[in-house]
Design a protein around this ligand. Structure first.
Ligand code: ADP
Length: 383
């Protein structure tokens, strides 16, 4: 009797094990689970295919070398601390982190996008970690090609433009006296259009350049970023007499400091610019915090934006007004959006025509390798 019930239990366990393996092997995503000591307890079929080798009895300090993991954009082995599964074993949640793996079987470089998180016991202790990764080689190749394409086009467009303005200047200098008023006006239009096209190209290049030099986010002092953005806008603030109120003691956030300053500068610059003629800009800057993110706001009392355009304005070259009313290229908010995306964050607007606008830049909270974050908490780590 007892023998047959233990047989049944063994059969059930066997069915469960097979089902679990079948499920794990049915997905195209690599799934690897390690215990707290870094010993692999799950390694599915997709993981073996992507990495080119199965689970090996190798300690975490040797994972980079053994599995040939490098940091994207470099040929350097990924530091142990940066490996997503290692971060998960130390208590961090890792979101959207890329690494390059040199497949041991095919020799191919496989670009992997990873999500990892710790596994806790009932008392909250980390007893292991799980990482899920997928092949994004093709997507990253297309993205890089597109960026390179946009950069080349922008550079190549600048040369003929310099020719146009140069010859218009020459014509004005050498034949100005012989030209009538209409002809001089046309020349001015040519110069103005060429200048405008130059600005658009510069804007596109700026958009392409954003994030190229970034590798990881660090602890960035928001007070410092706001100060630096306001300094860059000092001329506009003085010219318009804008009043700017900044919340005291802003937090330190996880960001790329240059990107954070640039995003703030674009948002504050718009808050100064988009007011009715004769109106003095009034701007408030601050930050609210929840468990998983910081939400930085730039609030103005300017002309506002109809809700039907709230999604549109973050696109490249999207503008709601002619240049006769407000100068600009329509690239500023697209850059803010790209900066938010690169931080795995978001940017949104709350606004009504005539009632001002509040732009919210949301940045996820992450662990910094150089700070004493509590390893038992789930914290986010970004690219
Ligand atoms: P630009 O400022 O060069 O026009 P942006 O990409 O920064 O381009 O902004 C896109 C458009 O969104 C602007 O042309 C404007 O119509 C609208 N906009 C942006 N910020 C504000 C604001 N604070 N108040 C009202 N409208 C705004």
């Amino acid at each position: 009797m007892s023998e047959s019930s233990s047989d049944t239990a063994a059969q059930t366990a066997d069915v469960e094990r097979r089902l679990r393996e079948r499920l794990l092997d049915s997905t195209g995503d690599g799934i690897v689970v390690a215990d707290a000591a870094g010993k692999f307890v799950v390694w599915n079929r997709a993981a073996t295919e992507l990495v080119g080798v199965g689970a090996a009895d190798v300690p975490p300090e040797r994972w980079s070398e053994f599995y040939r993991l490098t940091t994207p954009g470099t040929d350097e082995l990924m530091p142990t601390d940066s490996i997503p599964l290692v971060a998960a074993l130390r208590g961090s949640v890792v979101h959207d982190v890329d690494l390059v793996c040199h497949n041991r079987r095919s020799g191919r470089r496989v670009w992997l996008n990873c999500e990892a998180r710790p596994v806790h016991d009932g008392s909250g202790n980390v007893i292991g970690g799980v990482v899920v990764f997928r092949d994004v080689t093709e997507r990253r190749r297309v993205e890089q090609e597109l960026e390179a394409f946009a950069r080349t086009i922008s550079h190549d467009l600048k040369a003929p433009l310099t020719g146009i303005t140069g010859f218009a200047d020459l014509m004005r200098e050498e034949y100005g006296d012989t030209l009538d008023e209409d002809a001089r006006e046309y020349l001015d239009q040519i110069t103005d259009s060429a200048r405008r096209m130059g600005e658009l190209i510069e804007g596109l290049l700026d958009h392409c350049r954003i994030g190229q030099e970034w590798h990881s986010v660090t602890a960035a002092d928001l007070n410092e970023a706001v100060r630096s953005a306001l300094n860059a806008l000092a001329g506009d603030i003085e010219r318009t007499g804008a009043s700017v109120t900044v919340q005291d003691d802003l937090p330190t956030v996880s960001a790329h400091p240059g990107g954070l300053r640039q995003a703030l500068q674009n948002l504050i610059g718009n808050a100064i610019k988009f007011v009715d003629p004769g109106q003095t800009p009034r701007i408030e800057i601050g930050c609210v915090e929840d468990d998983s993110s910081w939400r930085i706001f730039v609030k103005d009392h300017g002309i506002g934006i109809d809700s039907k355009y709230h999604g549109d304005i973050f696109g490249v070259f999207r503008r709601l007004h002619g240049r006769d009313r407000y100068e600009g290229t329509g690239i500023g908010l697209a850059i803010v959006k790209k900066i938010a995306d690169l931080h795995q964050g978001d940017v949104r607007v709350e606004s009504e025509p005539g009632r001002g606008s509040t732009f919210w830049l949301q940045l996820p909270k992450t662990d910094f390798p150089d700070t004493d974050a509590d390893a038992s908490n789930d914290t986010e780590t970004g690219r």
